[in-house]
Structures are given as C-alpha cells and as structure tokens.
Design a protein around this ligand. Structure first.
Ligand code: SAM
Length: 218
C-alpha cells in the first residue's frame, strides 16, 4: 500500500502506525492484515470436512482476501464465487493497493460486486459444496444494519437449499451465538460452534465459526 489512506464510499483502507493495513466500513473496524487466523480457518475448517473433488464454493465478502487465498490453496477447489458489496474493496485488490491481484486473476475465481444474499440466491439449488459467510462481525455486532438479514432463518434456509448433500455453511462471528446456532439447526445437521483463539492488542480473546451441514445423501 503506497499512500497511507484510501477512501471510497463507505470503505476506508489505511496503514496504521503498527504497520498493519486496516479496512473500515461505515466508520467501523472490519479487519486488518495482522490477525487473520480466523479468516483463514473459515476456509480451512470447511475444506477439512469437504467430500470429493471439483468443489464449488461461495464466499462473502472479499475483505483483504485471506479466506479466498486459503480456499485457492486447496487443489480440490474448482470454482469460487466471491460476493463483495463494496466496489472499492475489489478495485483496491485489482490495482495492487492491497495484495491479492493474483487471487482475482485465478481462473477459478468469479467476483460479484453485490450483496451476498443476492449472489447466494442466484445459485442453482443443490449446486454448492461450501458457503462461507464473513460479511459482518456477527449477528450481535453489526457493522451494517442491513446485514441483520444475513443471519435470519429465511436466508439460512436459502443457503441450505443451495448446498449439495453434506455441503457445509460456515459463518464467521465475533462471538458465539446460541440464537444463530438454533436457527442453523432448523435447516442443517451437525451444527457446531468452533472457538478460534486470537490475541487482540495483547489480550487473549476468541472469534467463532458457526457451522452446519446439509442433511441427506444426494
Ligand atoms: C471481515 S471482511 C471479510 C474478510 C475476509 N474473510 C478476508 O479473509 O479478508 C467483510 C467484507 O464483507 C463485505 N460485505 C459487507 N456486507 C456484505 C454483504 N451483504 N454482501 C457482500 N459483502 C459484504 C465488506 O465490505 C468486507 O469487505
């Protein structure tokens, strides 16, 4: 990142004094490139349970690309549709303002600038192996109030219907959410919450991955 601050619409990218690159949306911290273990684990933990090859994945959003990079490192991944609502986030990666132009140039990657809800809804029923949602800080810590709709039963059902049998939906969250787990359990099997330890500003904390699998064998 050459200059120390870029701003477009609701998105701000800035270089902090500690050297980290930070993404803010709506004036709220979204992520940085120093503590990215949970973003990578979002991909790795879903891939660990995936069955077969030629995996088709939908991920929202792009952010700084750590989840996408972890997905593409697995040769079983045949196609990734990335939904990112902020055009600037995609543009900054394409033009090299942030690393990741190689990800967007990967022939397996299709980038859609738009709401992940619309992008998931457009997928054919029973066509996706993994849906990874990391568009906000979780149901109880929204950066964007519109994203409340990402965590409600109607959209979780839409996700479940797009999954192939045994396909997985995995949701990143700043905190565990029993309510979200309950909603996941109405449409998916094997619902679990994975605690991901992180160190934030010198303190031991945790992020969470909440996930479940589409039932059935076909
Ligand atoms: C926490 S970041 C994603 C981090 C990403 N997992 C990574 O590894 O860098 C959240 C991203 O989701 C985008 N976003 C927010 N709401 C969205 C929505 N409804 N649909 C698609 N993208 C959204 C934000 O602009 C931001 O780029």
């Amino acid at each position: 990142m050459g200059e120390s601050r870029h701003e477009h619409g609701r998105a701000v990218l800035r270089r902090r004094d500690d050297g980290a690159t930070e993404l803010r949306v709506n004036g709220v911290f979204v992520m940085d490139d120093h503590e990215t273990g949970s973003e990578q684990l979002l991909a790795e933990s879903a891939l660990a349970g995936a069955e077969g090859a030629d995996l088709r994945v939908v991920v929202g959003g792009l952010g700084l690309g750590f989840t996408l990079r972890a997905l593409l490192a697995d040769p079983r991944v045949a196609h990734v549709t990335v939904a990112e609502i902020e055009p600037a986030v995609v543009a900054w990666m394409r033009d090299g303002t942030v690393p990741g132009a190689d990800l967007l140039g990967d022939e397996r990657v299709e980038v859609r600038v738009g709401d992940v809800r619309a992008v998931v809804a457009e997928q054919a029923v029973r066509s996706v192996d993994l849906i990874l949602l990391d568009v906000d800080n979780g149901p109880d810590f929204l950066v964007d109030d519109d994203n409340a709709a990402v965590y409600v039963a109607a959209f979780l059902r839409t996700c479940a219907e797009r999954l192939r049998a045994r396909g997985e939906l995995c949701v990143w969250s700043q905190a565990d959410s029993p309510d979200l787990r309950d909603r996941l359990a109405t449409v998916l099997d094997d619902v679990t919450a994975v605690r991901v330890p992180v160190v934030l500003q010198g303190r031991d904390e945790a992020y969470w991955l909440l996930k479940g699998r589409r039932p059935g064998t076909t």
